[in-house]
Design a protein around this ligand. Structure first.
Ligand code: MTE
Ligand code: MO
Length: 194
């Protein structure tokens, strides 16, 4: 166990004392895979443009010269909000939590003025909404459902959704029509000038 921790530390390039304990090993900052990439009409970013290895984005026709990518830790570091909607999948109330979409955009360096957003999910489903709608509906980028991380293969790893109670008239619609603008498995957000 101790030996394994040491090997992991060494592999991560850390300067670790021989037989460093698990606590020390976990202090090594290991970056996770990008889960959400934000691109479009804003300067800067932390990754270069779409390249030949960005295959899912390539299949979905995503193009950008620069973008800001968030790994899981970066999203968890943002202040989280909770909502408690009844979900259409099982008709039960659930707690979903994660940062506000506007908070994520701000952290990416997007100036919070008028913009059109394209939310793109792993299966190619896209939703367009304005930044103002995201603000008014308090849409979140959910990372957790009932306290557990959203799985890939389910509705995760990220689900952009709002509480239907935030959208005028939406609670009058049938349960199955309330989440059409809420892409599960969202992985890319494009910011377009409105
Ligand atoms: N990623 C993804 N999110 C999605 C959809 C989808 O096909 N893919 N469908 C939308 C629609 S139209 C509705 S009504 C709800 C439920 O659709 P689903 O049963 O296909 O998930 O999710 C919304 N979010
Ligand atoms: Mo739908």
């Amino acid at each position: 166990m101790q030996r394994r921790s040491f090997l992991l530390s060494a592999a991560a390039g850390a300067v670790a004392a021989p037989f460093a304990g698990a606590a020390q090993a976990s202090a090594v900052s290991v970056r996770g895979p990008a889960l959400l990439t934000v691109s479009g009409a804003f300067p800067g970013g932390n990754r270069p443009g779409v390249g030949p290895l960005d295959q899912l984005m390539h299949k979905h026709g995503v193009q950008f010269e620069h973008a800001h990518a968030f790994d899981y830790a970066a999203l968890l570091a943002l202040p989280a909000q909770g909502i408690e909607p009844v979900l259409e999948y099982d008709g039960q109330p659930h707690v979903l939590s994660g940062p506000l979409l506007t908070t994520v955009l701000k952290a990416a360096g997007v100036g919070l003025h008028d913009a059109l957003l394209v939310l793109r999910a792993l299966d190619g489903y896209t939703v367009q909404l304005t930044l103002e709608e995201a603000r008014q509906t308090r849409m979140i980028v959910a990372t957790h459902l009932d306290g557990a991380p959203l799985p890939l293969g389910g509705v995760g790893p990220l689900w952009a959704l709002y509480d239907p109670a935030r959208v005028p008239g939406l609670l009058d619609r049938p349960l199955g029509a309330r989440f059409a603008r809420c892409p599960w498995g969202v992985y890319h957000i494009e910011v377009l000038l409105d």
